[in-house]
Design a protein around this ligand. Structure first.
Ligand SMILES: [Mg+2]
Length: 341
């Protein structure tokens, strides 16, 4: 019997399939990628004066995405969330590896997945340089590599007292789309169309990360919710902050919701993949210039208030600059935790 239907043959086919996509890519990174997909290892040649940034993200079916999710959008998102981490440190993408577990070999599914994956790979000039495939519950694990001039990476630990706190784009739309798809709230079809892409196909803010790395003192990308993620900066920088809740940037679609939903989703909603960063006040002009150049809103939402050594505190203020009630603040600060459900 021929081995065409044996698992080995099938997975060999997948490897060839992804290799074709990788080979078809034109990249600007040939200087760094000495050897791409196809051998036991890829080989990278570090450029003098640059550091290599490395990040991994794993997406598990039923946990991070619906099992019947559109495979093309899933391919886009799987790579985009990794590029978002590179963006958060100010790195230029170099390449990525893909490890994927598949319950069955469905060529239609794979074709659509690869189409989405390589669309993002091409858009950000980030070629596939290696990986692995195996049979198992649907799991997608990507490791992305980027380069940054030595010492220029924007870390979480650099926020200083007096710094402004900024966020890119708008926040809360991915959570609004999820709420509509889960039937937690009713959203008219036309509204859902406006924001659905924020959940399915996030935009990694690569251009922003690179341009803002000379201005920002600390940064991260918002995957688990703005206020929850901001606390990582506070913890690592050992500072406190105050946030003006009504200044969180929201889309016109989210603005149609009740004030409570607006606040909850903008403050806590995950999956936005916007960049939250801190910067000294004297950088305001440069930051507004970057916003114009990228045609991307950058909104000042608060400031770093105190240096602390024990408990970092995040205070939420209302329109009048008054502190919100402790219970409301506590509820808004609870971030999405994959293990807490
Ligand atoms: Mg991140």
């Amino acid at each position: 019997m021929h081995s065409e239907s044996s698992p080995l043959g099938e997975f060999d086919l997948i490897q060839r399939f992804f290799k074709a996509g990788a080979d078809a890519m034109r990249s600007n990174n040939e200087k760094v990628i000495a050897l791409g997909i196809g051998d036991d290892c890829a080989l990278l040649t570090p450029v003098a004066g640059e550091e290599i940034a490395i990040t991994s993200d794993m997406l598990v079916a039923g946990r991070h995405f619906f099992v019947d999710a559109n495979p093309e959008l899933l391919g886009r998102k799987a790579l985009a969330v990794n590029l978002s981490d590179l963006a958060a440190m100010g790195a230029q993408p170099l390449g990525f590896t893909l490890a994927i577990a598949l319950p069955t070999v469905d060529e239609l599914w794979l074709g659509a997945f690869a189409k989405g994956l390589f669309a993002i790979a091409n858009q950000y000039s980030c070629p596939l340089i290696g990986g692995d495939t195996t049979a198992g519950p649907l799991t997608i694990s990507i490791t992305a590599f980027g380069s940054i001039p030595t010492g220029k990476a924007i870390r979480r630990s650099g926020a200083k007292v007096g710094d402004d706190i900024w966020v890119s784009g708008t926040v809360g739309d991915a959570r609004l789309a999820l709420a509509a798809l889960r039937h937690e709230i009713h959203l008219p079809e036309s509204d859902l169309k406006q924001i659905e892409h924020r959940m399915h196909s996030p935009t990694p803010r690569i251009g922003l990360g690179i341009r803002v790395r000379d201005s920002a003192s600390a940064a991260l990308d918002i995957s688990d919710g703005l206020l929850g993620d901001l606390q990582h900066i506070l913890k690592q920088s050992q500072v406190s902050a105050e946030i003006f809740l009504d200044q969180l940037p929201k889309s016109a679609t989210l603005h149609k919701q009740s004030e409570d939903i607006q606040n909850q989703f903008a403050a806590r909603g995950g999956d936005d993949y916007e960049i939250c960063f801190t910067a000294p006040a004297e950088k305001r002009n440069s930051i507004n210039e970057i916003s114009k150049a990228l045609n991307l809103p950058l909104t000042k939402i608060g400031r770093i208030t105190d240096k602390v050594s024990a408990i970092e505190k995040l205070s939420l203020l209302n329109k009048n600059g008054d502190l919100l009630d402790d219970a409301i603040t506590a509820a808004l600060l609870k971030s999405f935790d994959h293990f807490a459900k």
